[in-house]
Ligand binder design. Structure first.
Ligand SMILES: [Zn+2]
Length: 375
C-alpha cells in the first residue's frame, strides 16, 4: 500500500533497517543528540526567567526591550490594545474562532492555532514561564514587563476556555470500534478526524473515521486499520538487527562502566590541571609578571573550559545505564510493534498511539501515506 513514515525534522528512509532503529531511538529518547550548548543555554535562560526576564522573541502585543538595568524584557507594542480587546470579547461569550475573525479585521493578523495559544498565554497578565528542569517543576514567575490584561480578566478567560474544552470531550470518548479516533489528522483540512457508526440498510453497523463540518474526508474503519497494520509492520525491527544495534549504541554511548569511569577520571584530571593553571596565573599576577587584563582574559577562557568539562562529567554520570535501559525498551517495542498494538486493550492502544505518534497520523487516499512528526 506504500505507506510512508517520516520525521518532519529529519526524513528517514524506512527501507533501511538502520533507519528503523534510528526511528526507534528518536521516538524513545528525543534527547539522544542533545546538544550540550543548548542545555547550557537552557540553564542560563531559565535563571533569567526566574528573575522575570523574557528571553525569547516577543509575543504579539509586545516588543523585546531591555530594562534600564539591561535585563531582557518586553514593552507593549501598538497591538497590545487589540490583544486586550480579544480577551474582552471572549468574556462576552464569543467563541474563540469568531473573536479571531473580528480581531483579524481590526488588524491582529494571527493564525488560528496561534490565536488559541495567545488567549492562554500568561505573558499577557505579566507572567514569565520558568520551564521544568531536572527536579524543578514548571512554574510562572512574576515578569519584569507590564501586563496587558489584568489577572481577573485573564483568569476569567481561562475558566471560559476550560469550560468549553470540557463540553468538547465527547469526541474522545471510549469506543472499542474506533481506537484511532482522535489520532488521525484529516489530510484535506488538518483537523482531527472523529469516528462514528452508520446503520446500513439491513441494520448492520458500519464504522467510519471522518472529518466534520463540510469536509468530505472519510475512511472505513477496516480500511484505516489495515493501513495502520501495514505501517506498523514496516516499523517492526528484526530481532537480529535490534541486538546488533543495541551493541553499536552501547559502544557509542559508553554503556560499559569501565569506559565511562575512565572517561570521567580523565575529565577530572583535566579539570584539576586547568585549576592549577589559573592558580599559577594568580601567582604570576601577584608577582607582577602579567597584568590584570591578561589574567582576566585567561581566567574567563579557562573557567569556560572547566564548566564544559564539568558538564561532560555530569552527563556521563547521569546518562550511562539509564539511557541504555531506555534504548533497550524502545528496541523491544519496535521488535514487536504490530503485535503489541493489535493485542493491546483500548487504553493500551491509546497509549501507544499517543506516545509513538505524538503529532497524529495522516491517511491519504490513493497514496495511503502516514506522516508523523515525532516530537
Ligand atoms: Zn477535513
Amino acid at each position: 500500500m506504500g505507506i510512508k513514515v517520516n520525521s518532519i525534522e529529519q526524513p528517514l528512509n524506512l527501507d533501511q533497517p538502520d533507519n528503523k532503529i534510528m526511528l526507534a531511538i528518536y521516538l524513545a529518547v528525543p534527547e539522544v543528540e542533545n546538544d550540550k550548548i543548548s542545555i547550557r543555554t537552557t540553564e542560563g535562560s531559565r535563571r533569567a526567567n526566574k528573575e522575570g526576564c523574557w528571553t525569547s522573541t516577543a509575543p504579539i502585543g509586545y516588543k523585546n526591550q531591555r530594562t534600564s538595568e539591561g535585563k531582557a524584557s518586553l514593552v507593549k507594542s501598538e497591538k497590545s490594545e487589540l490583544v486586550k480587546e480579544a480577551f474582552e470579547y471572549i468574556t462576552k461569550g464569543f467563541p474563540a474562532d469568531e473573536v479571531r475573525r473580528i480581531m483579524h479585521k481590526k488588524g491582529l493578523n494571527i493564525s488560528k492555532s496561534r490565536f488559541h495559544l495567545l488567549i492562554k498565554n500568561p505573558v499577557y497578565n505579566g507572567k514569565v514561564k520558568v520551564p521544568a528542569y531536572k527536579n524543578e517543576d514548571e512554574y510562572y514567575a512574576e515578569g519584569l514587563h507590564d501586563a496587558i490584561v489584568s489577572d481577573q480578566l485573564f483568569n476569567r478567560v481561562q475558566d471560559i476556555l476550560k469550560g468549553r474544552k470540557r463540553s468538547k470531550k465527547k469526541w474522545s470518548t471510549k469506543n472499542e470500534n474506533l481506537p484511532l479516533r482522535g489520532h488521525i489528522l484529516c489530510s484535506k483540512c488538518g483537523r482531527i478526524l472523529t469516528g462514528s457508526a452508520s446503520t446500513g440498510r439491513w441494520g448492520g453497523k458500519y464504522y467510519y473515521y471522518h472529518c466534520r463540518l463540510g469536509c468530505k474526508e472519510r475512511f472505513k474503519v477496516d480500511q484505516a486499520h489495515d493501513m495502520l497494520d501495514d505501517f506498523l509492520s514496516k516499523c517492526t525491527i528484526d530481532k537480529g538487527i535490534s541486538d546488533l544495534y543495541y551493541d553499536i549504541v552501547s559502544e557509542r554511548y559508553g554503556n560499559n562502566k569501565q569506559v565511562r569511569s575512565t572517561k570521567m577520571n580523565r575529565i577530572n584530571k583535566e579539570i584539576k590541571e586547568l585549576k592549577e593553571i589559573i592558580s599559577r596565573a594568580e601567582d604570576n599576577l601577584f608577582e607582577g609578571k602579567i597584568g590584570i587584563a591578561t589574567f582576566e582574559k585567561g581566567k574567563v577562557k579557562y573557567l569556560k573550559k572547566i564548566t564544559d568539562l564539568e558538564f561532560d562529567h555530569s552527563e556521563l554520570k547521569n546518562h550511562g545505564l539509564n539511557f541504555m535501559t531506555q534504548i533497550k525498551t524502545a528496541l523491544k517495542i519496535f521488535e514487536n510493534l504490530k503485535n503489541l498494538y493489535n493485542n493491546a486493550s483500548w487504553e493500551g492502544k491509546q497509549m501507544l498511539m499517543g506516545s509513538i505518534f505524538t503529532e497524529k497520523i495522516i491517511f491519504e487516499k490513493n497514496r495511503c501515506r502516514t506522516l508523523l512528526n515525532m516530537f
